[in-house]
Each structure stands twice: as structure tokens, then as C-alpha cells.
Write a protein that binds this ligand. Structure first.
Ligand code: MN
Ligand code: MN
Length: 277
């Protein structure tokens, strides 16, 4: 990945960027995800693997893939505005960005910025958890709440969730309220990707994977997808993938580094998909 500074970001053609959001201030169980972006980058650059995507792109040798650096929002109340502003800046340069969290609370400001650029957004949300709580542990902006905020603000025309395996009665009510298409893990065989050609934003919480595949997360939930199944879902997307986040990687839970490599694998496949349509 080529290093980009603000004044060298290209203005003339769409580019896929990686950007880190070092923020875990809304993690409802344990901190650590703020350290994720640099650990994922280190795994990306590790000699243990290469930068080739399965479709043949070598990300080390393309001119459309770049690193837009990190943002580390402060602990105060401005974190949402900071994240939204950063995403808006990249969108204004016609970037399709893969944001590396961070806890899942960052998806609300990220989607807010994308909704400003794309009126008819569909969101594909892969997660063990629906993250639809109205409020959690006293916060409406917790990592358990981003999709409640997104839907009540009408930021997406459709929200499709897959991999879900922890629905509470409250979250079922919330899903009904906004007509969220929830494909629970137990029903995965009937999961269908969105068929429309409208812009798609992918929000990928790494705990959608089974902890056997991705143990390095703050909220491991057994009974999830394999790495291969998530790669298959990404590769099957047939819509313009205009933004994405990979969240909830927690380096403190990943002593072997295997979950960082899973994040890298998904990052590469998402990047390849972003330039396809
Ligand atoms: Mn989540
Ligand atoms: Mn989750």
C-alpha cells in the first residue's frame, strides 16, 4: 500500500483506501479494539503472506489501492463528528474506503457520511449481534446500538443482517420496527445477498466468524461462520460496494495473530470487490 497524505490523495479517479479508526470508547465489554488498525496493517505487510487477492489482483502492484492513515478520536464527545468528518473527506476525494475499527460504534458516523453521498444506500451487516439496542449500559452510541441510530435516521433504504445468533426480544422488536432483513445464523442456508444495483455498504464485525476461526474479538460468540463462508459472501456481492468497515478486532485477545490475518484476508477480498462494479 502506498502511503498517502492529504495533499497527495488523487482527485481524478476512484481509489480504494484503507483507513484506521483507533477508537474503542464505546466498547461495552472490554477495550482493545483501538489498537486494531496498526496490528492489521502489520499482518498485511508481514512476509508470512502476500498481497494477492483470489481474483488475481496483486494489491502491492496496483495504483488504485492506498493507505489513508489513521484517525484517533479523542475521548470527549466529538468522536462521532471526527469520524464522520474523516469519512466525508475521503468520500469527497471519490475514495471507496475500507475502515478498520475500532469498536462497532464507529459504523454510525461512517454510515452517516456515506448516506450524504449515496441516497439509496443498502447496508449488509455481518455480525453475531444485531447491534440494534435503543440504548446499552447507559449509552445510545454504544457498540451495541449503531444500527438503531442508522435506521431511526433513515440513513439506509435497507438493512440486511446475516450471521446473527444473539437476538433478544427487544432487538427482535427493533428489527420489526425498521423492517430489517435479519438472516439468523440458524437460517444461513436461505441467506440471499441483495439483488438491487444500488450502492452497498458492508459492515463486517469479525465476531460474525466462529471463535474457532477468529478468536481475537471482544465478544466471541460460538456457532458462527467459517472464514471461507465469509469470503464466499464477499465474493458473491453483485452490487457497487462503495464503502466498508471491519470492526471489533481486539489484539489483546489475539496472541497468535491469527485473527489479524483473517482481517487481512477479508480486507483483500473486499478491496478486490470494490473495483469490480
Ligand atoms: Mn457488532
Ligand atoms: Mn458482534
Amino acid at each position: 500500500m502506498q502511503r498517502l497524505s492529504a495533499d497527495t490523495l488523487p482527485n481524478d479517479h476512484p481509489t480504494v483506501a484503507v483507513a484506521g479508526i483507533c477508537y474503542d470508547g464505546q466498547s461495552s465489554f472490554m477495550p482493545g479494539a483501538a489498537g486494531a488498525p496498526d496490528r492489521i496493517r502489520a499482518a498485511y505487510h508481514s512476509d508470512s503472506t502476500n498481497q494477492c487477492c483470489e481474483n488475481g489482483f496483486d494489491l502491492a502492484n496496483v495504483d488504485w489501492f492506498a493507505d489513508a492513515g489513521n484517525r484517533r478520536p479523542g475521548p470527549g464527545g466529538n468522536w462521532r463528528a471526527e469520524i464522520e468528518g474523516f469519512a466525508a473527506e475521503l468520500l469527497s476525494r471519490r475514495m471507496r474506503t475500507i475502515f478498520l475499527g475500532g469498536d462497532h460504534s464507529i459504523s454510525y458516523p461512517l454510515v452517516r457520511a456515506h448516506a450524504d453521498s449515496y441516497a439509496d444506500l443498502t447496508i449488509l451487516h455481518l455480525d453475531a449481534h444485531a447491534d440494534l439496542y435503543d440504548s446499552f449500559a447507559g449509552s445510545r452510541y454504544s457498540n451495541a446500538c449503531p444500527f438503531a441510530r442508522i435506521m431511526e435516521e433513515n440513513l439506509a433504504q435497507k438493512l440486511i443482517q446475516a450471521g446473527i445468533r444473539t437476538l433478544t426480544p427487544h432487538q427482535r422488536e427493533q428489527a420489526d420496527r425498521w423492517n430489517v432483513e435479519v438472516c439468523e445464523m440458524k437460517d444461513r442456508r436461505s441467506f440471499k445477498l441483495p439483488q438491487s444495483r444500488t450502492p452497498l455498504y458492508l459492515s463486517l464485525d469479525l465476531d460474525v466468524l466462529d471463535p474457532a476461526f477468529a478468536p481475537g474479538v471482544s465478544h466471541p460468540e460460538p456457532g458462527g461462520y467459517s472464514t471461507r463462508e465469509v469470503v464466499d459472501i464477499i465474493q458473491a456481492i453483485d452490487a457497487p460496494l462503495i464503502g466498508a468497515d471491519i470492526v471489533e478486532y481486539n489484539p489483546l485477545k489475539d496472541p497468535t495473530g491469527i485473527t489479524a490475518l483473517v482481517a487481512v484476508k477479508l480486507l483483500k477480498e473486499i478491496a478486490a470487490k470494490m473495483v469490480e462494479v
